[in-house]
Design a protein around this ligand. Structure first.
Ligand code: NAD
Ligand code: MG
Length: 388
């Protein structure tokens, strides 16, 4: 077998659900990967524990108030410690890693990710919001800098894997599968009363709080439709969503001859994470294997966009384009934040997003500055509506 040099990984958001699993993959394959950079927003205790375990070159703690605690805890090591938002960008611009695993949640992950692209670093992209907000600019930047963007989101990893060997062939359609979340089959009269604890219980995946709520509202699938548009250069009508509660098929590609390729596996995010980190190599592991004999009932149905109106709003944003996905994303981040703090109800999240989308001025071809302005304006408006 070919001798491979170790890939130096920078995990941005190492204390999150994706970040922790990425670290697990690195620790299971010390011959292939080293963790060079770890970053956390406020969980200093876990960041310190991770740093002591894998001895990275650099750690960044987002919250400057926690700098002293991290610095003291790592005083006996030669790990460099930085703090604050700007440090995230500065470290992303350094030449100390080969691949950034972009695993910060929300628009907060945008700036470090584009810094990494400008710095010519490969991206393993979990942070879908980066493409939702400014997919046109991000993808152009990636092309200009010859940077591969390898999806970590399980649906997009599935599509990416189905496209290997198909460089000469056009995609007719992609099918994004969706588990349906914890409230599949429910109607508004039920949803009006659900609380955060209930919404955080996802049937098939254990994820961070924001994406868990997005899965419960189906906004996550809407964000993923927009993510797919940019990653695979698709028209909106080439992207279909199928509710598939078993989460066995992670997504599918249909080609022009009608042939459909699917990627199948157990719902375990370590697979798309290790695929992105190891690409173009598949890495042997001892994870449990998919058992077809125990999976005799794969079902598929249309999503209920009348009940889960966030998905309808996201489809509108996907179709209209411009700054509308950016505005929608910002309003959604504020609405989810408010719901998680019991400030608004489950269905009110949709009302907030819809209002903000109708009130921020539409821009057909936004500049990067326009995206930042639209994001800020949408956040302010959403916070006003909620009276945060
Ligand atoms: P999480 O909430 O568990 O972790 C988020 C990470 O980002 C943490 O390390 C946190 O410290 C950091 N962070 C949060 N806010 C920050 C800020 N303002 N500045 C700097 N760092 C900040 O989230 P997650 O579930 O791991 O999701 C991460 C990303 O991956 C999201 O964009 C999500 O949509 C995507 N994703 C997650 C899953 C999953 O299974 N969890 C699956 C597909 C895609
Ligand atoms: Mg997904």
């Amino acid at each position: 077998e070919e001798q491979r040099i170790k890939k130096r990984i920078a995990i941005f958001g190492s204390t999150g659900s994706i970040g922790r699993q990425a670290l697990e993959v690195i620790q299971s394959h010390p011959d292939l990967f080293t963790a060079e950079v770890l970053t956390a927003f406020s969980n200093d205790a876990l960041l310190i524990e991770q740093a002591l375990a894998v001895n990275p070159n650099i750690v960044v703690i987002g919250d400057p108030a926690k700098y002293g605690a991290v610095k003291d805890a790592l005083a006996e090591t030669d790990i460099k410690v930085f703090a604050g938002d700007e440090a995230l960008e500065e470290v992303a611009a350094m030449d100390v890693y080969d691949l950034m695993l972009a695993a910060i949640v929300g628009f907060a992950g945008f700036k470090p990710t584009i810094k990494a692209i400008e710095n010519g670093k490969a991206i393993g992209l979990a942070n879908k919001e980066t493409l939702v907000v400014a997919g046109d600019i991000v993808m152009n930047m990636a092309v200009e800098n010859r940077v591969p963007i390898i999806p970590v989101d399980s649906e997009h990893s599935a599509i990416f894997q189905c496209l290997i060997g198909e460089v000469r062939n056009k995609i007719e359609k992609v099918y994004l599968t969706a588990s349906g979340g914890p409230f599949i089959g429910r109607k508004p009269n039920y949803l009006v009363n659900v609380k955060r604890e209930h919404a955080l219980q996802h049937p098939n995946w254990e994820m961070g709080a924001k994406i868990s709520i997005d899965s419960a509202t189906l906004m996550n699938k809407g964000l993923e439709m927009i993510e797919a548009k940019w990653l695979f250069n698709l028209e909106p009508d080439q992207i279909d969503v199928l509710i598939h509660p078993q989460s066995a098929i992670h997504s599918m590609v249909q080609f022009e001859d009608g042939s459909v390729k699917a990627q199948i596996g157990l719902p375990d995010m370590r697979l798309p994470i290790q695929y992105a980190m190891g690409f173009p190599y598949r890495i042997k592991n001892d994870h449990p294997r998919f058992d077809f004999k125990r999976m005799n009932n794969l079902s598929f149905e249309e999503p209920d966009t009348k009940t889960f109106r966030n998905l309808a709003l996201a489809i509108e944003a996907l179709e209209k384009g411009g700054n509308l996905p950016c505005v929608m994303n910002a309003a959604n981040e504020i609405a989810v934040y408010a719901f998680l703090r019991n400030r608004i109800g489950f269905l009110e999240m949709t009302d907030v997003i819809e209002k903000v989308m109708s009130q921020v001025a539409f821009i057909q071809k936004p500049s990067l500055a326009d995206y930042f302005d639209s994001d800020a304006e949408a956040r302010t408006l959403a916070a006003d509506i909620i009276k945060l």
